[in-house]
Write a new protein. Structure first.
Length: 115
């Protein structure tokens, strides 16, 4: 079974930065395009960023473009999300998954941005 373990979340002031990590099992990180998603309280889960299987192509939601960077380390089976210039509206639980996402979701990591 695929394992997705997100980490790196926390409490940060507006304008600050965080780096999220997603450890994947097997060859998930290599075979599939991967993405980051987030779910804020009372809202549906939404797409944040994606990277193709080779790491050569990325795409971002308009709301995070220019502030977030997705990357991956295939040797470590890990996907990263570098978040800068954080805003209170970035507060959410962040998840990684395949892109498009599979039905399996990890526990996510909480990001809270204070104003």
């Amino acid at each position: 079974q695929v394992q997705l373990v997100e980490s790196g979340g926390g409490l940060v002031q507006a304008g600050g930065s965080l780096r999220l990590s997603c450890a994947t099992s097997g060859r998930t990180n290599i075979v599939y395009d991967m993405g980051w998603y987030r779910q804020a309280p009372g809202k549906e889960r939404e797409f944040v960023a994606a990277i193709d299987w080779s790491g050569g192509s990325t795409r971002y939601a308009d709301s995070v473009k220019g502030r977030f960077t997705i990357s991956k380390d295939n040797a470590k089976n890990t996907v990263f999300l570098q978040m800068s210039s954080l805003k209170p509206e970035d507060t959410a639980i962040y998840y990684c998954n395949r892109h498009p996402p599979s039905d399996y979701w990890g526990q996510g990591t909480q990001v809270t941005v204070s104003s």
